[in-house]
Design a protein around this ligand. Structure first.
Ligand SMILES: [Zn+2]
Length: 442
């Protein structure tokens, strides 16, 4: 979930919020609480923060203390797991738009719900909906709902985190998290990343400053967020297959688009580092949104801000729902730009959309309505010319009238202007006014 801005004043942290983390300490984790680097904008910060012991904080009055709830059961572990296991996943940032739930994410959600009846989970989310990078857009993040303010919910969360992060019988740390391809976890104001495991749990964004219940979802006090590696999301890690999966770096974005195409095949090579593309300063809002969302694959059935950006560019009702009208407009746009028939906004379509937004249109189907044609007289149509006028405007007028372009408004020019006025049923004055300029095509 996104972390709302702005930052507000710090407040106390309640005891229930520590319970899951206390159990994690018992499982051998370092816990960073109250210090270290906040996670800007909710995007996981791959750099480790310094770790420190968890402080104890007094329980608020009326709050149940630890030990009043029976331990929650652990999820089942498959038989026959190999002794070897996956390395902790590197940070594989969300780069594509494909929110269909991936099989490994769905299987993990179902396992948790089967273990803890009455809970639920979600995976996919409309691309761009959070305003930050999110593996939900790629169908590889699971939000498992468990209320941390409820003793049972907190006990279940503690059990899941302990289960994921405990060492196995051979002493491999974070054993099941690695076998499932867990990339990072967010729970109860804190984030744990496999790519920064030595730093343990780090403060998540500004949540320490927002203990009030209105922040429970943003600060993950009512659900555990689990982002999975591509190998974990596609269900190819040893927890599911009993075969250790190699790191799969997933799709890589091209240099000229901000988003990658959806996952297609395993990729053993890290993606090149890319900087985010932005529209030129002063670009219209339509172009700004197009550049921001460029490359994000959407099509019929897609929803969210990316769809809205495409709709605005195509000039159809921008309701964020990719329906029949959007599909029809896209079909026409693709045809006008020489693209194969289709209703998917793919990389080729994005490039055509960006080109059309950045340049004046030259053909049907372009983005903007055509500006009035700029002819050689357009520059001068605010001027009034008459006998005796001189200069570039007169010269341009004379060219248009097929009079020798002397730059001086004499009798020949006056006569030619009068002929044009008569032909267009204008008052024959011999003076070039706005109506005459219009008649001349300015
Ligand atoms: Zn989430």
């Amino acid at each position: 979930m996104p972390v709302p801005a702005p930052i507000r004043a710090a407040g106390p942290t309640v005891r229930w919020a520590r319970r899951g983390l206390t159990v994690a300490v018992a499982a051998g984790l370092l816990v960073a609480v109250g210090t270290g680097t906040a996670v800007a904008g909710g995007t996981p910060d791959p750099s480790p923060a310094p770790s420190s012991p968890a402080p104890s904080s007094p329980a608020p009055s009326g709050s149940p203390g630890p030990g009043t709830v029976a331990p929650a059961p652990d999820p089942a572990v498959p038989d026959g797991l190999p002794a070897a296991l996956e390395d902790p996943s590197p940070y594989l940032r969300q780069v594509s738009c494909d929110p269909v739930a991936k099989p490994g994410a769905t299987a993990l959600g179902r396992l948790l719900v089967a273990t803890y009846p009455g809970t639920s989970f979600g995976v996919g989310r409309a691309c761009g909906a959070d305003g930050i990078a999110s593996e939900h857009y790629e169908g590889r993040a699971v939000d498992w709902m468990t209320p941390g303010r409820d003793p049972l919910g907190a006990a279940r969360a503690a059990a899941v985190l302990r289960w994921l992060l405990a060492p196995d019988a051979q002493g491999h740390p974070f054993a099941l998290a690695r076998r499932l391809g867990v990339m990072y976890l967010i729970w109860d104001d804190h984030i744990w990343g496999s790519y920064a495991a030595e730093a343990g749990w780090r403060p998540y964004a500004t949540c320490a400053s927002h203990p009030d219940p209105s922040w429970d979802t943003a600060c993950h006090r009512d659900h555990i967020h689990v982002s999975l590696s591509w190998a974990g999301a596609t269900g190819r890690t040893s927890f599911w297959t009993r075969h250790v999966a190699a790191t799969d770096y997933g799709p890589c974005r091209p240099a000229d688009l901000n988003w990658a195409a959806p996952y297609a095949t395993a990729n053993p090579v890290p993606c090149p580092a890319r900087t985010a593309l932005t529209a030129p300063a002063g670009a219209p809002a339509v172009e700004v949104a197009l550049v921001r969302d460029s490359g994000a694959t959407v099509g019929p059935g897609s929803t969210g801000p990316v769809v809205t950006a495409v709709q605005r560019a195509l000039g159809v009702d921008a309701d964020g729902q990719f329906g029949a009208a959007t599909a029809a407009a896209l079909t026409a746009f693709r045809a006008a730009h020489g693209l194969p028939v289709g209703t998917t906004v793919d990389a080729a379509t994005w490039r055509a959309l960006l080109a059309a937004a950045a340049a004046p249109p030259t053909q049907a189907g372009a983005l903007r309505p055509p500006p009035p044609p700029a002819g050689p007289l357009t520059l001068y149509r605010a001027q009034t010319l008459h006998y005796g006028s001189t200069g570039a405007a007169v010269r341009a007028l004379q060219v248009a009238l097929h009079v020798t372009p002397s730059g001086w408004f004499g009798p020949l020019t006056q006569a030619a202007v009068s002929r044009v006025q008569a032909a267009h049923h204008l008052p024959v004055t011999g003076i070039v006014d706005a109506a005459t300029w219009l008649a001349l095509g300015a």
